[in-house]
Ligand binder design. Structure first.
Ligand SMILES: [Zn+2]
Length: 156
């Protein structure tokens, strides 16, 4: 199972500070259009300027603007992200879209709750710890093996 993480982005606009938490489930769009997840109402921002996408436990920034490169400042270097290029996002780096400077304030792993179950030695299904007999085949769970699974109800 791939690791899940979340990315926290912060910026200030009109004297107010903003934060946005991105999980890897769907791409987040940044632009001037009201349909964008992060809306920047500035004429120097493209209607759909950039997208941030979770992949393999990390995050990628992609420039969707054909006319405006995105300056990226990492600890090592200043980079320009051209149209349709992507750049891995790391905590502490900044990038600029129009007049707004975004900072990646953090990338954190999402901990999934774990639950203990007993694996039936006869049918192999997972039963709740407190059961004495397998609810599927009726065999005693005394010889079953304890397993730890993700707490989302899946058997594996
Ligand atoms: Zn069973």
């Amino acid at each position: 199972m791939p690791e899940e993480s979340k990315l926290i982005l912060s910026w200030s606009m009109d004297g107010k500070s903003h934060t946005y938490t991105i999980t890897g489930n769907r791409p987040v769009t940044v632009g001037r259009r009201l349909e964008c997840d992060i809306v920047l109402p500035d004429p120097s921002v493209s209607r759909q300027h950039a997208t941030i996408l979770g992949a393999n436990g990390g995050f990628q920034l992609r420039n969707l603007s054909q006319v405006n490169p995105i300056p990226i400042q990492t600890a090592q270097a200043l980079d320009q992200l051209a149209y349709n290029q992507t750049h891995a996002l790391e905590a502490g780096m900044t990038f600029q879209i129009g007049p707004i400077e975004f900072e990646v304030t953090g990338i954190e792993k999402i901990e999934k709750p774990k639950v203990e179950k007993i694996k039936c030695s006869n049918c192999g299904k997972l039963a709740a710890l407190e059961l004495m007999e397998c609810p599927w085949c009726g065999v005693s769970l005394a010889t079953g093996q304890r397993v730890t699974v993700d707490g989302d109800g899946k058997d594996t």
